[in-house]
Design a protein around this ligand. Structure first.
Ligand SMILES: CCCCCCCC/C=C\CCCCCCCC(=O)N[C@@H](CO)[C@H](O)/C=C/CCCCCCCCCCCCC
Ligand SMILES: [Ca+2]
Ligand SMILES: [Zn+2]
Length: 267
């Protein structure tokens, strides 16, 4: 994917099947793709706080899993971009599938009885996750992973649009904000892949700090991290509304959205 004007670094030659547009070992000898690595913090810290909050509010465990799943993707992605090793790539890409399956479970089971686990959808999602993992381990084709991930995101988008169209129209702003942020990230992901040569040439003409903002794979991390976090809040809000809790999205320091449950059941 990326042309080879890269330096050598601590982790040796990349063994991953993907090497993103960011120039390797330019900022640090110990971190292969610096900006692509540190941008994962948005996928690690806020979801951990979200999981703690959700646990303390005694909300359903599936939402704790959703937040922790997103944080696991962030940790895997950190390890992958730091090393560009194949094993670490799997630590990034397979949890994307698993956590997305948790999101799908949460969103498709949101109108069911509280604290009741349905084994049929869980079995289906487990079969899907295991099949994708086995095929991807044998057939190391990144496009296969991307298509499978895209299918899961497509399921989430369809279900979300259905819910805000027919059930809770007042949740449209949160739904479409999450979707737009995610899709903007996807646009930048494509730009980073398709225009890599021009981006690298442009960066050579810019001061390093200015050049950093043209690391569009890092922007993809930031935007999908935020979009996915907002998606969990959206899903949590649907569920808590259905269960007659009183959910409210509040902004920490006026910026960062968190879910606040005003009190347990009203009736
Ligand atoms: C209604 C809102 C939907 C929001 C959906 C949120 C689903 C989030 C699920 C899991 C969180 C993952 C967060 C992304 C982490 C990215 C880590 C990463 O960069 N990994 C790469 C390696 O570094 C990996 O190789 C990247 C793979 C990218 C695959 C891109 C496929 C995008 C498919 C998007 C399809 C949109 C379909 C829209 C249909 C209407
Ligand atoms: Ca690279
Ligand atoms: Zn990445």
């Amino acid at each position: 994917m990326a042309p080879s004007i890269d330096r050598q670094g601590y982790w040796g030659r990349p063994t991953s099947t993907l090497d993103w547009c960011e120039e390797n070992y330019v900022v640090s000898y110990y971190i292969a793709e610096f900006w692509n690595t540190v941008s994962n913090l948005i996928m690690i810290l806020p979801p951990i706080c979200g999981a703690i909050h959700t646990f303390k509010d005694r909300l359903e465990f599936r939402y704790v899993c959703a937040f922790l799943g997103l944080a696991a993707v962030g940790v895997g992605s950190w390890c992958f971009h730091m090393t560009l090793l194949y094993e670490m790539q799997l630590l990034d890409e397979l949890p994307m599938i698993y956590s997305c399956c948790v999101f799908v479970y949460c969103l498709y089971e949101c109108f069911k009885q509280e604290n009741v686990i349905h084994y049929f959808p869980i079995t289906l999602l487990l079969i899907f996750s295991i099949s994708v993992s086995v095929v991807y381990l044998l057939w190391k084709e990144p496009v296969f992973h991307q298509v499978m991930y895209g299918v899961l995101v497509g399921c989430l988008v369809m279900r979300s649009v259905f819910i805000v169209t027919w059930v809770y129209p007042w949740l449209r702003p949160l739904c479409y904000t999450s979707l737009s942020v995610f899709l903007l990230g996807f646009v930048l992901w494509n730009i980073d892949n398709l225009l890599c040569d021009s981006l690298r040439a442009t960066r050579q003409r810019l001061p390093p700090v200015v050049g950093a903002v043209t690391q569009f794979h890092a922007w993809w991390h930031i935007l999908t991290g935020l979009g996915s976090y907002l998606h969990i809040l959206f899903s949590l809000q649907i569920r808590s509304t259905y269960l007659k809790h009183r959910p409210k999205v509040k902004f920490v320091c006026g910026v960062w959205p968190v879910m606040h449950i005003e009190s347990q059941k009203t009736s």
